[in-house]
Every structure is written in structure tokens, then in C-alpha cells.
Design a protein around this ligand. Structure first.
Ligand SMILES: [Zn+2]
Length: 150
């Protein structure tokens, strides 16, 4: 892996269906955002161009590395099941507390909201997120490979 300020190059080999090892090489855009608690943090942009969502971890799925949302879409939840309920509860909080809520994720505190309120709600949001991830990995076990973090 090579990294400069604005992109990370992923360079690896994949073996699909027991065939030859195929070299894979592409860059993943990075973005530095001010951190919630001061300083700044780097995020990936999902290499799936239709998504390009900001994310903290990329997961190996098939021959690519994708954000958890892309992986999630590959295993859609059924309306009303546990995954769906967790996602819905998370969405409700997210839409309320994030300035830049995009329907799936948010990163900046809503303007005018008190930090204390935000932090309480954000903790709950993270709990739902963790529960969602736990359930999701349980379902996708064996299909998702390791994650890459910055
Ligand atoms: Zn994605």
C-alpha cells in the first residue's frame, strides 16, 4: 500500500474461483475532515464510483474493497427484520443530529445543537451502528474478508 495526502493505492492479488492470481491495483481517494474532538482524521472514499461514500474501513468483498454500505447492499435486509430495525433506528437519530446527513451517514454535528445533546445521541447512534455491524457480519460470515483501516 502506498499513501500520499489524497489517495491510497491498493495493490494486491486476488484468486477467484480457484483460477490464476489476478493483480489488482487502483487508488482510493482520501479526505481529511476536522475531527469531532479536535484535530483532523482521514477517511476513505469508497472505490465504488457510484457510491464514493466517506468511510472509515474498507472491506474485502470478492475482488474489491468496498465500504460497509456497498457490502450491506449485497446482503439486503428484509423489511422489519433485525437489520432493518437497527438501520431504521440509526437513521432516525442520524437525520436529527447531523448537519450533513445523507440518508445513510453523517459526520458533522447539526448547527445549533448543543454538544452535550449531540454526544449523548451520537453514543446511541454508535451503539446501533455496532449492533448493525455485528448482525451484518454474522450474516455475511465467510464471505467478507479483512478490513483496511487508515
Ligand atoms: Zn460504497
Amino acid at each position: 500500500m502506498a499513501q500520499d495526502a489524497s489517495a491510497l493505492t491498493l495493490d494486491y492479488k486476488v484468486q477467484l474461483y480457484g483460477g490464476d492470481w489476478e493483480p489488482m491495483k487502483y487508488t482510493v481517494p482520501l479526505e481529511a475532515l476536522p475531527c469531532r474532538y479536535g484535530g483532523e482524521r482521514q477517511y476513505f472514499h469508497c472505490p465504488n464510483r457510484q457510491c464514493a461514500r466517506r468511510c472509515e474501513v474498507l472491506y474485502s468483498y470478492g475482488q474489491y474493497f468496498l465500504c460497509r454500505h456497498c457490502c450491506g447492499y449485497l446482503y439486503p435486509s428484509q423489511k422489519g427484520d433485525r437489520l432493518d430495525k437497527l438501520l431504521e433506528a440509526k437513521r432516525k437519530i442520524g437525520a436529527r443530529i447531523f448537519e450533513d446527513w445523507d440518508g445513510v451517514d453523517g459526520w458533522c454535528k447539526r448547527k445549533g445543537m448543543h454538544w452535550r445533546t449531540f454526544e449523548g445521541q451520537f453514543r446511541r447512534y454508535r451503539q446501533l451502528e455496532d449492533a448493525w455491524q455485528g448482525e451484518f457480519y454474522h450474516r455475511a460470515r465467510g464471505l467478507l474478508g479483512e478490513g483496511v483501516r487508515l
